[in-house]
Every structure is written in C-alpha cells, then in structure tokens.
Design a protein around this ligand. Structure first.
Ligand SMILES: Cc1cc2nc3c(=O)[nH]c(=O)nc-3n(C[C@H](O)[C@H](O)[C@H](O)COP(=O)(O)O)c2cc1C
Length: 201
C-alpha cells in the first residue's frame, strides 16, 4: 500500500495552504490511504552549506531533522507539498529542505543510485499566493519541478490559487477545496494524469 507524505510549508498554522492540503488529504483518506502530515516549520532544518560532505556517499553530514525527512522520502511513494508564495518563490523553511536534498541529487546523478519503487512515485504541488497575477507561481514551480525530479517523483499535478491572502480566505472558495480533495482522490487512486492548472478560485 502506498505511503503518503504531506508537507505543509507555511509558518502560519492552519493557513490557506494547510487548509488546502487538508482538503487534499481528505481525498487521499477517502481512497483508503493513510497519510503523514509534517509542518516543515516544526522541524529543525539548517541550510545547505555546500560543504561537499555528501559528494562521495550521497549522505548529508549535517545532523538535524533533515535526516528523518530523507528517510521518509525513500519510503513514501506519494508526496504532496503545499506552500504559500513568498517573494515570488518558496518560503525559506521549505527552500532549506529542498536545498538539503543536494545529497539525494548526488545519489541520483553522481552515484547513479535511484529511489526504490520508481514506477509508483508521484507528487503533487499545491500553492496559494496573495497577489492577483498568476506569474507569482513561476519561481516556486521551477524549484519544485527540480525537487520532484531529483527525488524521482513524477510530477502528477499542481493546483495554484492566486488572490488568496488573508488567513482563512481559502475557506470562502469551496470549489478550490473541492478540487484539492479531488486531486487527493486521484493521486491516491494510482491513475496517471497530468493536468495543468493556474486559476483564481
Ligand atoms: C513574507 C511574505 C511574502 C509574500 N510574498 C508574496 C508574493 O510574492 N506573491 C504573492 O502572491 N503573495 C505573497 N505573499 C502572500 C501569501 O502568499 C498569502 O498570504 C498566502 O495566502 C499565505 O498562505 P498561508 O496562509 O498558507 O501562509 C507573501 C506573504 C508573506 C508573509
């Protein structure tokens, strides 16, 4: 049975992106899968130092909560990341975790060691931004695409909602929450698909 890891990237507890994530996890649950949700801001993850410590082994030498996340990435074949837009990109806490996956980049591209269960691995990206313009998602998407590829997750789909700013704003958009729930159902069902979406709710 697939293991599902969900990463909530906002420092705001039960902020818009976490509410969206919870709706998505409802769909996952409806398909009979259990998920583990981790709030990245609850973890202690220091930034990558480009120390080269991972270059021969593919293991990061910094000992903090990232070790635990690395282990989870190896066993979880469904990954769902939900984040706000911060300065046209990702919040620093999530970006630090992404950068610390340089050790996994080394494993894949230098040591030619891939993740287990390659055929089943897929990932979903949810993001909310406060501004009206849709270009706010471009920065985060470039990074998340590289992140999923490095971790051997197929980019299953994304759900991007702009003009969502004040706390709880997403709750006034039942269609957005319903879409997130639907995507949760779809990724958990094991069906393959790839729909692009960038919309106001
Ligand atoms: C530090 C910071 C930077 C932000 N930068 C942007 C931005 O560049 N573009 C944008 O659309 N929204 C930006 N926002 C607004 C958030 O993306 C928006 O409020 C979002 O709904 C927050 O989601 P959350 O409740 O899950 O944290 C920023 C908010 C903060 C706190």
């Amino acid at each position: 049975m697939s293991k599902v890891l969900a990463i909530a990237a906002s420092p705001r507890k039960q902020g818009n992106s976490e509410v969206l994530l919870d709706a998505c996890l409802e769909g996952v649950r409806e398909m009979g899968l259990r998920s583990e949700k981790i709030r990245i801001c609850d973890l202690k993850i220091s930034p990558c130092l480009n120390c080269g410590g991972c270059e021969r082994t593919g293991e990061c030498v910094i000992n903090d909560d990232m070790q635990m996340l690395h282990a989870k990435f190896s066993v979880c074949d469904i990954l769902i990341v939900s984040s706000p837009v911060f300065f046209m990109g990702l919040p620093a806490q999530l970006k630090a975790a992404v950068d610390r996956c340089q050790a996994i980049w080394v494993r894949k591209y230098l040591l030619r060691r891939r993740m287990p269960n390659l055929d089943a691995r897929r990932a979903l990206f949810l993001q909310v931004g406060g501004m009206k313009k849709k270009s706010v998602f471009e920065g985060g998407l470039i990074t998340i695409t590289a992140f999923f590829a490095t971790l051997d997750y197929e980019f299953f789909d994304k759900l991007l909602f702009n003009s969502i700013d004040a706390k709880d704003a997403i709750k006034s958009h039942p269609a957005a929450l319903a879409r997130a729930r639907q995507l949760g159902l779809e990724i958990a069902s094991g069906r393959t698909h790839n729909v692009t979406n960038s919309q106001q709710p």
